[in-house]
Write a protein that binds this ligand. Structure first.
Ligand code: C2E
Ligand code: MG
Ligand code: MG
Ligand code: MG
Length: 279
């Protein structure tokens, strides 16, 4: 019997479900091949100074142009890449490629800005992570101060290991931000202990900041705390002018979100968001 005959035709398979039904080995092979064949690419989303309105940074976000499944977003393959361990070579590809784009733009005479790259838990646990990052920066020729690494709160669970790892990374001269801030472990201990530079307020708090007093209180409190701790603070998921005005009133430093731009391919980012240095 077909699904339709059984009255099951209401079941709609989402791309993520399709991926789940595929064996891990097959997917691993797809990813390995995909890496070799250049099926992965990066999009860049501007990070905007709320004071000046200028693009002061960009986040690199990975996409997979799968030969049969079409365009896949990170939510559809990052968890599986994490599980299989392939996130390590994939993450390294992302890091190298993001740094290459940034270096190339600087060489072409654009005003230098920082590129943010998401790190996965597996990468963060690599004992030689700082050496590998250092190697990539040297290979590409990008100064460390133009790279920011994003980690999430859950990665700082083992505070001693996180401390060691972050210090090795900081010694290179790059920046560290906490992504999706407020959604993980809520311990404030690591904020005073770990060498971090920025908090990125999770977009779930920004979403209803104009409607929900609790969200407004949370965003305002995180921002104030960041100021007191001398951390930079970025709001994620800024979609409306009202949200922007609220964030400005809180003196939030930077914003990222659809109001400014969706993530866009490198060429679009270059023409729309980079500024030529004069002279
Ligand atoms: P993230 O690091 O928090 O990245 C921001 C995500 O929010 C992006 O989704 C972006 O497209 C989306 N976004 C930005 N502005 C808005 C907005 O105004 N409204 C809404 N609704 N969404 C907005 P994306 O590209 O699908 O990435 C999802 C997540 O996948 C990322 O969340 C990050 O955790 C992970 N990811 C992406 N690229 C990489 C990567 O290279 N390595 C690793 N380990 N994870 C990655
Ligand atoms: Mg991020
Ligand atoms: Mg985030
Ligand atoms: Mg996220």
């Amino acid at each position: 019997h077909s699904a339709k005959e059984l009255g099951l035709d209401f079941i709609r398979y989402t791309p993520a479900m399709k991926l789940r039904t595929q064996s891990k080995v097959e997917l691993e092979n797809d990813m390995r091949k995909g890496l070799d064949r250049g099926e992965f690419f990066l999009e860049f989303q501007p990070q905007v100074s709320l004071d000046s309105g200028n693009t002061v940074g960009m986040e690199a976000l990975v996409r997979w142009n799968h030969p049969t499944r079409g365009l896949l977003s990170p939510g559809e393959f990052i968890p599986l890449a994490e599980e299989s361990g392939l996130i390590v070579p994939l993450g390294e590809w992302v890091l190298r490629t993001a740094c290459q784009h940034n270096k190339q733009w600087q060489d072409e005479g654009y005003e230098p800005i920082c590129v943010s790259v998401n790190l996965s838990m597996r990468q963060f646990r690599q004992y030689n992570l700082a050496d590998r990052v250092d190697m990539i920066l040297k290979e590409v020729g990008l100064e460390a101060c133009y790279l920011e690494l994003e980690i999430t709160e859950t990665m700082t669970f083992d505070i001693d290991t996180a401390f060691e790892q972050l210090h090795s990374l900081k010694r290179l001269g790059l920046y560290i931000s906490i992504d999706d801030f407020g959604t993980g472990y809520s311990s404030l201990y690591y904020l005073k202990t770990l060498p971090i530079d920025r908090l990125k307020i999770d977009r779930s708090f920004v979403k209803e900041v104009m409607l929900d007093g609790n969200d407004a209180a949370i965003v305002s409190t995180i921002t104030t705390m960041a100021h007191h701790l001398k951390l930079k603070v970025t709001a994620e998921g800024v979609e409306s002018k009202d949200q922007l005005e609220f964030l400005k009133l809180q003196n939030c430093h930077e914003g990222q979100g659809f109001l400014f731009s969706k993530p866009v391919p490198a060429g679009v980012f270059e023409s729309q968001f980079l500024t030529r240095l004069v002279g």
